[in-house]
Design a protein around this ligand. Structure first.
Ligand SMILES: [Zn+2]
Length: 210
């Protein structure tokens, strides 16, 4: 089959591995889903949450976008796919956790830090520039102090995770459940080179390896 790269070969391996037990699991999943967490992750092909968390189908409800950003609560904000997914996961699937996961060498973070797409036209990086302008303030503050060094990238990757967590807490249904302790909001950062996950300890404001 043409047009799928080698993805169809992967699909055939997936089908070949389906034993009776797996087929039964899929049939159960077809009835309903009850994921353990909503994950907000980057689109980056190297930072796949299902791989990092060794998750099975049905385990995690994943929203991916450039640089794992959550825009603030905007009831009249238009076609907001991120808010729709968060709303569905939290209020309809009643997940007990939301995890924002950023990662090393994030292209979106690099773009905003270096101003690469700041005035770009749509089709030439304009959509990325506009999307990433959400963290312009943090990017400028970090660039003033650290330029565009590897440290600046890491700091902005972490700042974006913190901002997404803060923005999650502008959603009334998130705050309500967090106060009732039926929902936990977590932030973490994945190092591609080391294959290592760092989690934000909010009390001390620092990321630490798990
Ligand atoms: Zn990324």
């Amino acid at each position: 089959m043409r047009g799928y790269g080698n993805l169809i070969e992967g699909y055939r391996r997936f089908r070949a591995k389906q034993s009776g037990l797996l087929r039964r699991q899929w049939r159960q999943l077809a009835e309903a889903q009850s994921p353990r967490a909503v994950i907000i992750a980057c689109c980056d092909s190297r930072a796949d949450p299902a791989t990092i968390f060794d998750a099975d189908p049905g385990d995690i409800f994943v929203v991916r976008n450039v640089a794992n950003l959550v825009p603030p609560f905007e009831p009249n904000g238009g076609r907001d796919g991120v808010s729709a997914a968060i709303e569905y996961g939290v209020t309809q699937l009643n997940v007990p956790e939301i995890v924002v996961i950023g990662h090393e060498k994030c292209g979106g973070i690099s773009a905003v830090l270096t101003g690469r797409f700041r005035d770009a036209r749509v089709g030439e990086g304009g959509f990325v520039g506009r999307w990433m302008s959400q963290i312009d303030d943090s990017a400028q503050a970090i660039a003033q102090k650290h330029g565009t060094s590897p440290k600046a990238h890491r700091l902005l990757e972490e700042a974006a995770i913190r901002q997404s967590m803060a923005n999650l807490r502008t959603f009334p249904f998130v705050v309500e459940r967090e106060q009732k302790r039926s929902l936990v909001v977590l932030g973490c950062h994945f190092s591609i080179r080391e294959g290592e996950l760092w989690v934000l300890e909010e009390a001390e404001g620092k990321f630490r390896p798990v």
